[in-house]
Design a binder for this molecule. Sequence first.
Ligand SMILES: Cc1cc2nc3c(=O)[nH]c(=O)nc-3n(C[C@H](O)[C@H](O)[C@H](O)COP(=O)(O)OP(=O)(O)OC[C@H]3O[C@@H](n4cnc5c(N)ncnc54)[C@H](O)[C@@H]3O)c2cc1C
Ligand code: SF4
Length: 488
Amino acid sequence: MGKITGFMEFERIEEGYKPVEERLKNYREFVIGLDDADAKKQSARCMDCGTPFCNSGCPVNNIIPDFNDLVFNQDWKNAFAVLDSTNNFPEFTGRICPAPCEAACTLNVNDDPVGIKSIEHAIIDRAWAEGWVTPKLARHKTGKKVAVVGSGPAGMAAAQQLARVGHDVTLFEKNDRIGGLLRYGIPDFKMEKSHIDRRVEQMQKEGVTFRTSVMVAALPQDTKVINWAKETVAPEQLQKEFDAVILTGGAEQSRDLPIPGRDLEGVYFAMEFLPQQNKVNAGDTYKDQLRADGKHVIVIGGGDTGSDCVGTSNRHGAESVTQFELMPQPPEEENRPMTWPYWPYKLRTSSSHEEGCEREFAISTKEFMGEKGKLTGLKTVRVEWKDGKMVEVAGSEQVLKADLVLLAMGFVSPVGSILEAFGVDRDNRGNARASTEFTGGYATNVPKVFAAGDMRRGQSLVVWAIREGRQAARSVDEFLMGFSDLPR
Ligand SMILES: Cc1cc2nc3c(=O)[nH]c(=O)nc-3n(C[C@H](O)[C@H](O)[C@H](O)COP(=O)(O)OP(=O)(O)OC[C@H]3O[C@@H](n4cnc5c(N)ncnc54)[C@H](O)[C@@H]3O)c2cc1C
Ligand code: SF4
């Protein structure tokens, strides 16, 4: 523990943001990380709790009190070693994790939690700058071949862990670049894609083979989700050529809003809109890019994806941006003794909201309205909740102008075709059925086929995907070798 009285002496320090006018001009990251002096103060607040709730609140179980202490003592190299021992990609989580560890921090009972995420961010950025992040080559090769299908954080973590213990890993991805939703979905202003490219380079040196634009499916192009595949590989081929297969294809089926007018030009899924901007940022040309310039944009769905549509629309130069949420407005402050150490229900205002956005709560959309096949507005009604049921408020119907509606109401399940093609059972939410038991975890009903990440747990977070990828890798290693030295 760095400083016994640190939590009484220092306030929590927030990372800085570049001014709104400046950041709206481009898609670059705008968070200003902590300098050494602030990182030292931030970590001085850690009490090194006997039971560190932060550690169990973190899905990858980062050893937070230890790296806090090392940062306090400015021993950055060992702080990186501690962080690297539990998390393959701290530069992803240090940027975009909502930080359940901070909600669980003991200081959060009656004070501001330690700014753990900002410390993680500082450690990993320092480690890359100093050249401490290097490939970890396997000491020997096992001769076993593993196919990983889907290159999001779950697939990347699984592939990296397995390559490091000497398996011959091939990562298949239907899109033209590696990264899953980190690459196509999450805007560049939240996480620049060079962070993924650096990891791909590291993983190539560790022996992972990347096969992009290759769809693993029974039929070519058998999906309605984004798909830039140029080649199709049949599941039977993978089962024949590889000793184990891990399915990490995400949960890509967006939730739709099948109300009158859904077919009008101007109503799109968020995941039709966001990846196009990622592609353009990567230097690709997009002939008919969906853009929000000069438009009245309404984003339906109050979560992270919706917030990313708000930030992207503002960067396009939208005339107005409004975000709808069906549920009532949450309280500004959580009831801490009631919710700690769990994730609290409270109003969350993202950096994208701060850039300019009207937020409407307890509102439902009844109809998309249009002229000559084009969207012109939508009909809404206010809703309230009575006895757990949603009821419309009589006389509250309203027509709002809209040129572009983006549906960001979450994801229902994985795209079915790949699971069906492998014969993998689904649970009652449509995800791949596989338990997370210590022995045999992540195995599906199909011999030598495993599943992890959003494809198994449903739409979730990057940090959960990394956890599942790491744990599935250990299970696969045990399955192949009879034992495993990989951490769980
Ligand atoms: C817009 C948006 C913003 C988000 N923001 C955040 C955030 O700020 N913080 C956070 O923690 N989480 C966020 N999330 C959630 C997070 O991105 C996901 O939980 C996480 O990426 C899931 O990882 P995954 O590896 O399981 O799957 P994914 O990242 O979905 O990757 C799956 C990959 O598999 C590929 N694939 C699928 N089927 C096939 C096939 N048959 N053949 C070959 N390839 C296939 C897909 O093309 C995709 O690249 C966000 C999600 C979205 C949509
Ligand atoms: S819970 Fe908070 S104060 Fe306690 S060890 Fe973790 S970060 Fe430090």
